[in-house]
Design a protein around this ligand. Structure first.
Ligand code: ATP
Ligand code: DNN
Ligand code: MG
Length: 238
């Protein structure tokens, strides 16, 4: 049975997919079989008549696997809150369907990286939120956060809510950490680690790259050189 983690964020666009794909790539480079899942995609693409999750594709690139239907059970077109995207298509997001897909994947891999959509309080169906899905899957969460002003508030709101809801918070990843941090970014990881009650799992660097695959490879290359990375992976999956 795979060791799983649910990657959430303080908001949409903070770097959950980059972080998820990077973690998958780091584990793959250690020789592990890594599976990936994006249970709900809102804002999917259509390619050759098929719906595609770019997030899942990026994670699959990191993991070095081909996607199967279990990796992306709900592919919704509208780039909106998933409950609305689903409603527009007359679809009801069923946690049972997601869990069965999760369990089939978990039986196949050593590790399973699951990416949410948006943040933890994003609505999925009938009052159920992303946090409920993490709970239903029985997964601990890791929170991806920004390094810039406002992140302390957003991160603490996320970790406090998660814990109040009974979720296990493995820690926080501060993503897009600048090469030369200004005063805001210099303080942010310290404030987050001292106040959130959650471990600072790591700071993922802001990298250049012509597309997200190049960015994932660049972040993984940088992290692989740092001894803290092994600790991060141990804390995340231990
Ligand atoms: N470490 C990084 N270095 C450089 N650019 C980054 C980094 N992390 C994220 N980005 C940029 O931010 C964009 C958004 O990141 P990403 O798609 O991972 O966010 P997300 O949280 O998964 O968003 P969504 O809620 O849509 O799933 C990326 O396409 C990339 O351009
Ligand atoms: C479209 C976007 N990239 C994500 N897939 C969905 C983000 C939903 C956010 C909802 C909200 O918090 O207001
Ligand atoms: Mg994403």
């Amino acid at each position: 049975m795979a060791k799983g983690i649910f990657i959430t964020g303080t908001d949409t666009g903070v770097g959950k997919s980059i972080a998820s794909a990077t973690i998958a790539l780091l584990l793959r480079r250690q020789g592990h079989k890594v599976g990936v899942m994006k249970p709900v995609t809102s804002g999917c693409l259509e390619r050759d008549g098929k719906r595609i999750s770019e997030d899942a594709e990026l994670m699959a690139f990191g993991a070095g696997i081909e996607l199967t239907p279990d990796c992306t059970p709900y592919l919704l077109m509208a780039p909106l809150a998933p409950s609305i995207s689903a409603e527009k298509e007359g679809v009801r997001i069923d946690f049972g369907v997601i869990k069965e897909a999760y369990q089939r994947l978990a039986a196949e891999f050593d590790y399973l990286i699951v990416e949410g959509a948006g943040g933890l309080m994003v609505p999925l169906a009938g009052g159920l939120l992303m946090s409920d899905l993490a709970q239903h899957l029985g997964l601990p969460i890791a929170v991806v956060a920004r390094p810039n002003l406002g992140t302390v508030n957003h991160t603490l709101l996320t970790t406090f809510s998660a814990r109040n809801l009974g979720l296990v918070v493995k820690g926080v990843i501060v993503n897009r950490y600048p090469e030369e941090p200004d005063e805001v970014s210099a303080y942010a990881p310290h404030l987050i680690s001292s106040l959130s009650g959650a471990l600072l799992l790591g700071t993922f660097p802001e990298v250049a790259g012509e597309d997200d695959r190049a960015r994932v490879s660049a972040v993984a290359d940088r992290l692989e050189r740092e001894p803290e990375t092994a600790i991060m992976l141990r804390e995340m999956f231990g």
